[in-house]
Ligand binder design. Structure first.
Ligand code: SF4
Ligand code: SF4
Length: 483
């Protein structure tokens, strides 16, 4: 197997993959699930059920007609007891459908097996959309949209992302080991749906056993155009742009997308979900999640229903071993700190990490002045100059931040991690990015309003001219008659 990596930048944080050898355990389903209506990047869903309705597993409970969207489904059978704003892992309260479980586990439509040969590309994309599949590595971009390139773009290469470079997380590793066939099937389904000619499954070299298992399975099944490749264990090896550069040597242009170089990258957990949706007719109602950290008793990998609150997870894993000081959804580098244990598992929850006192060391510390050591520049995987973007943000000079390509930051946290002065680089660059994007939206809205006004004026002028034109012959005629 070939070994690749990206350059420049990256770091080697302690792996802390203490759940690596713990196979998936199916977690019991809670008495009440809280299913947020928005669990993807794109237009929010509106509820398709009302309080008092009886729902069954797999029933659509929220949807949208927007192109960039993904429906959500009931994850238990039971009664809808509320539709109201509830804490969401992304930080705000978001409209959620609250279902009281009747523990009958009744399906809305019993799933039926399908054969890939009987499906067209259009069938596959339709099913992926209907089953609510989104990127499960954490990005939550609707998968059907990712596989539908705009006019003029084609998907030539698919890359399955099995890097899982964040410390602590092992759900992708266990998925590759325990659901090898589902990962392979999902890849083949995607190849058919996208028309890609070649494919790679990229696995970090600290997971060689998973890579070998996938390689053997591809050989046994006679798959020739998909290759398993090893990528060096380095953070953020699993970043889309880093993975593309490492595996096929192509650079996604600044401000661009993988599609600009003909590539789609898909997390291995998403591939498993695609198999279950397309070949087994199951919507996305559960996912594999690593439950880990220093403050949880029975850390491990669990298959958890979407909408399961953290309180239930704590209870089912034997409770906390110490006072909880930090709760993170995702990995410690890019994950999101939570302010309440009421938040539920959503489609993008790859990990839930529990930490005690020691987490205070991980929290942003008091900053010291920048000593111009350039470590942040040397390690930035996007080739940015974090210290200068940070400086621009502090001066509120967004033009300068924009010229320094702040919007290309992937928020990987590497610059903050290596900074000896503990500067809050990632935090400030994220804020600069948001400010630039907001400004761009305002400019775009202004431009759209201007264009609208211009079009209206042109229409009025045209109408006035036509009116004058239609009036003028009769005047001329009248003139002649009068003369
Ligand atoms: S957070 Fe952004 S600026 Fe900092 S190292 Fe990562 S990509 Fe570079
Ligand atoms: S790593 Fe920190 S101290 Fe060094 S140049 Fe960057 S911001 Fe300054």
């Amino acid at each position: 197997m070939k070994l690749f990596t990206f350059k420049p930048g990256g770091v080697h944080p302690d792996e802390m993959k203490i759940t690596k050898d713990r196979p998936f355990v199916r977690m019991s389903v809670p008495a009440v699930v809280v299913v947020p209506l928005s669990q993807h990047i794109g237009a929010p869903n509106t509820p398709t059920v009302k309080v008092g309705d009886h729902v069954k597993i797999g029933q659509v409970i929220g949807s949208s007609t927007a192109f960039v969207s993904a429906p959500v489904h009931a994850t238990v059978s039971g009664e809808v007891i509320a539709i109201e704003p509830r804490p969401h892992p992304l930080g705000k309260n978001v409209q959620a459908v609250v279902i009281k479980n009747d523990f009958k586990d009744e399906w809305f439509e019993p799933p039926q097996k399908r054969d890939l040969d009987s499906l067209t590309k259009e069938d596959i994309l339709k099913i992926i959309k209907e089953k609510g599949i989104v990127g499960m590595g954490g990005a939550t971009f609707p998968t059907a949209v990712k596989l539908s390139p705009p006019k003029g773009k084609t998907i030539e290469t698919l890359i399955a992302n099995g890097a899982e470079c964040e410390p602590y997380l092992t759900t992708d590793y266990r998925t590759m080991l325990e659901f090898t066939d589902k990962v392979v099937d999902g890849f083949l389904v995607e190849m058919k749906a996208s028309g890609a000619k070649q494919g790679f499954i990229a696995v970090e070299d600290n997971k060689r056993d998973a890579a070998e298992k996938l390689e053997n399975r591809l050989k046994e099944r006679g798959v020739k155009n998909v290759e398993v490749v090893l990528v060096k264990t380095k953070y953020p090896q699993g970043g889309e742009k880093q993975l593309i550069k490492a595996v096929i040597g192509k650079e996604v242009p600044a401000g661009g997308l993988p599609l600009d170089v003909g590539v789609v990258v898909q997390n291995v957990g998403t591939l498993k979900a695609i198999t279950e949706a397309v070949l087994e007719d199951k919507p996305l109602i559960e996912r594999g999640t690593t439950v880990s950290g220093t403050a949880i008793k029975n850390y491990g990998n669990y298959i958890i229903r979407i909408g399961t609150p953290v309180t239930h997870i704590i209870e089912q894993t034997g409770g906390l071993t110490k006072k909880l000081r930090k709760l993170i959804f995702g990995g410690p580098m890019m994950g999101l700190a939570q302010s309440t244990v009421e938040v539920p598992v959503i489609k993008g929850t790859s990990g839930i990490l529990f930490f005690g006192e020691e987490a205070l060391e991980m929290a942003p510390q008091d900053e010291s002045p920048c000593i111009r050591c350039s470590r942040c520049v040397d390690h930035c995987p996007m080739g940015l100059m974090p210290l200068l973007i940070d400086h621009a943000w502090r001066r509120k000079d967004m033009k300068l931040a924009e010229s320094l390509n702040a919007t290309d930051c992937i928020e990987c946290g590497v610059c903050s991690y290596v900074c000896p002065s503990k500067r809050h680089l990632t935090e400030n660059i994220r804020s600069a990015k948001q400010a630039i994007i907001k400004q761009r939206k305002i400019e775009a809205a202004k431009q759209a309003a201007f264009e609208k006004l211009k079009a209206l004026r042109e229409k009025q002028e045209k109408e006035a001219a036509e009116k004058a034109k239609s009036a003028s012959p009769s005047t001329e005629k009248g003139g002649k008659e009068n003369g």
